[in-house]
Design a protein around this ligand. Structure first.
Ligand SMILES: Cc1cc2nc3c(=O)[nH]c(=O)nc-3n(C[C@H](O)[C@H](O)[C@H](O)COP(=O)(O)O)c2cc1C
Length: 177
């Protein structure tokens, strides 16, 4: 049996990667996990750019070391760029009833699927929300009618140590009625 809680406790933002290259099959499995993610009206408002060639990896790393932050991404061996596919939402416009825009939630869920599958294969990931979006769009030929949502840095973790989770106490975030 696969223990989800074990995986959830082990997954953590990895900011120290080893020099080991990440196999394409492992990256592809992460994308497959994301593809299986549920979405509102099954709209699947996502696509993924897998950055694995060393030249592109270096360029993407540079674009994510934005405003002096995320310097550690220089050690990442690959990146996933999670793209928001607005076009996929148009036929599913009924999902916008009641003023709800579910796509961002769907994209977040797909991003976590990627990260958990990476963890299950012994890879480390860090989700990046702050980066030079115009530069990344240019670098990866992402057209204007798509959104550059998040970047996920990937590699083998330099250490197996798991940090304790820093989270709000459960009683501040749940009510049973
Ligand atoms: C949408 C999103 C954006 C994030 N952006 C960054 C980022 O730009 N740089 C970074 O180092 N971590 C980033 N993180 C990682 C969070 O800081 C991290 O997930 C959080 O502190 C919880 O720690 P854990 O992932 O180790 O459990 C981001 C996480 C999410 C979900």
């Amino acid at each position: 049996m696969c223990d989800y809680m074990e995986l959830a406790l082990k997954r953590q933002s990895c900011r120290h990667f080893s020099d080991q290259k990440v196999e394409r099959e492992k990256l592809a499995r992460c994308v497959e996990a994301a593809r299986l993610t549920p979405s509102a009206c099954n709209s699947q408002p996502w696509s993924f750019v897998v950055v694995e060639s060393p030249g592109k990896v270096a360029e993407v790393a540079k674009a994510t070391m934005h405003m002096g932050i995320n310097e550690y991404v220089a050690q990442a061996k690959a990146f996933f760029v999670v793209v928001e596919e607005y076009a996929e939402l148009m036929p599913k416009i009924a999902c916008l009833i009641d003023g709800q825009y579910f796509a961002r939630g769907d994209l977040g869920a797909a991003t976590l699927s990627l990260c958990l599958e990476a963890q299950s294969q012994g890879l480390g990931t860090c989700i990046l929300g702050l980066f030079d979006r115009p530069r990344l769009r240019e670098l990866l030929d992402i057209p204007r009618d798509k959104g550059v949502f998040l970047v996920v840095a990937v590699g083998y973790p330099a250490t197996d140590a798991t940090r304790p989770k820093s989270r709000r106490p459960v009683e501040t975030m749940v009510r049973y009625v």
